[in-house]
Design a protein around this ligand. Sequence first.
Ligand SMILES: O=c1ccn([C@@H]2O[C@H](COP(=O)(O)OP(=O)(O)O[C@H]3O[C@H](CO)[C@@H](O)[C@H](O)[C@H]3O)[C@@H](O)[C@H]2O)c(=O)[nH]1
Ligand SMILES: [Mn+2]
Length: 633
Amino acid sequence: MANYPISLPLYQRISRKNTIPRTVELIILFLLFSLLVYRLLSLTNHGITWLLAFFCESWFTFVWLLTVNTKWNQVDYKTHPDRLLQWAPELPPVDMFVTTADPVLEPPIITVNTVLSLLAVDYPAHKLACYVSDDGVSPLTFYSLVEASKFAKLWVPFCKKYNIHVRAPFRYFSGKPLLSQDVSLEFQQEWRKMKDEYEQLSQKIEDAAKRSVLYDFTNEFAIFSNIKRKNHPTIIKVIWENKEAESSGLPHLVYISREKHPKHPHHFKAGAMNVLTRVSGVMTNAPFMLNIDCDMFVNNPQIVLHAMCLLLGVKNERDSAFVQSPQKFYDGLKDDPYGNQFVVLYEYLLHGIVGIQGPLYGGTGCFHRRKVIYGLSPDDKDIIGKLGDEDYLQKQYGNSKVFTKSAAQTLSGLDGKTASPHLWSSVEAANIVADCGYEYGTSWGIKVGWIHGSTVEDLLTGLTIHKRGWRSAYCSLDPPEFLGCAPTSGPATMTQQKRWATGLLEILVSSRSPIFATLYEKLEFRQCLAYMWILVWALRSIPELCYAALPAYCIITNSHFLPKVQEPAILIHVALFVIYVQSIHPIRIPSDRPINPCMVEQSENVEGNQHDCMVIWNVKCYTQAPRIIRGNI
Ligand SMILES: O=c1ccn([C@@H]2O[C@H](COP(=O)(O)OP(=O)(O)O[C@H]3O[C@H](CO)[C@@H](O)[C@H](O)[C@H]3O)[C@@H](O)[C@H]2O)c(=O)[nH]1
Ligand SMILES: [Mn+2]
């Protein structure tokens, strides 16, 4: 990695002052322990309900210990992209990955918006490449991306010229804009043109989805004819190539549908991410990789610069193997009845984990160092010493010479090729590394890349990085950097949470558990407890259900599990227990400051250069997109 001639720090790490919450947490812990002691001392005088209550409360105390540990050192980061921009020519390339898997469940217009918001980020375009993995091998997705790239040629310059804040057009145009008198005529005209163009693009995609437009299977769509979703060759299409390497142009856009065969496991998202990593490795090989799910879009176009502050500004690379942003969602339901906005998790617990070994990898909205994904440990002399050994490289990374060469370059710390104007020439090599059998006998999915074999491959991949001794950094901006979709119905939430909870429990009881990682590898003890906090999620339901059923059981059997004496101390115990339950499953956000900028009413003037247009965030119930009221041109 080149040394960036930066004198002022690019970020600050600020510890939150949380003396009062800490005191309350310790008091609760003390009272929980005293309750346990009380139960133990009077165990013989009471029946089975007493014992059951004791077991449940012991579990609650254990979970509270994990919670206190996780929340103890809450940390915020403040980043300074303005300082980074002074060295704009030195900025490193970034490869951006989008995964999509099903054109019905994840409609291509959503993926298109994600891609457009990525193509329009504030970063030199010739340093960026966007790769879309389509596990649905859908000609509709490909067609939509081709059309989107044509629209992007108008959209990206428009966004940059007027410093538009929200660069996913569906969000930008979803509010009714109030164009006031002092908006320049030029802006009004361009705005209307852009809206028309976007409507045409949406219409084209809609028509294609209804098959009213048939793809011309004789040309570039030929490969999609008669294709089977679970049995097809690799399709890689360079949709757009920034041949002139213009910083103000459009980033490269590449479509990838990896080879699938019924006899070969495809490893779901982890498999798709590994193919994206290898294909980009032979095409652009940027030292940093951003990955987002197709249902998320970039909501703050400065995010790449902010993340780079945390990746380039560290004194020791060990401190930021990856930079994770929280998952925030748009169009959430009022009062979040299903709890799937995870506000408390992101606002308190995650900030606490940030203060230990760094946030867990959340699968989306994350910037990775490529060499870390390739299995490097901090100060790794072992791998570095073997980079000249072609046999070793092939055993680890597979038998593509082009890829092992690029991997050796990355691991040795040299900057990757800058986004080269020769994408077409690497398509052949890219096809080889996207083969469904490429990973056999290699370390992919085991020690290298996204780790296979879990429905929560993200947590497992992050854990594998942390246990090698890396730390990670956290980037949370206002306005939020990425916004995504959360399920909006109870059953969908339950299906998603069941999948996560099962996957997390499997990791807890497997040999990949954080307990072994702390005992035998370099996962910090407190980070292990933080991982435990999340991994025991499914188990928590059992004592919680039992405890909730105890009062009813006691009434039916005429027994009791609470002391009969009316001692004030007992009442206090019960009250504090209620507080404890409230603090792990809060109904309201226990804070006087806004948690999620999308969830409060606020006015914000986004100031920029002289072409700025003023954006008013009018998102009282965060269903509306920002409304443009004026452009001060
Ligand atoms: O075979 C597959 C399956 C999924 N995906 C993509 O993976 C992403 C996440 O899948 P989704 O079904 O949307 O899962 P969620 O539960 O919504 O995702 C959350 O949970 C996952 C597992 O922990 C993480 O990987 C995600 O980043 C995180 O947003 C989406 O972009 C999919 O298109 C693929 O590319 N190939
Ligand atoms: Mn999703």
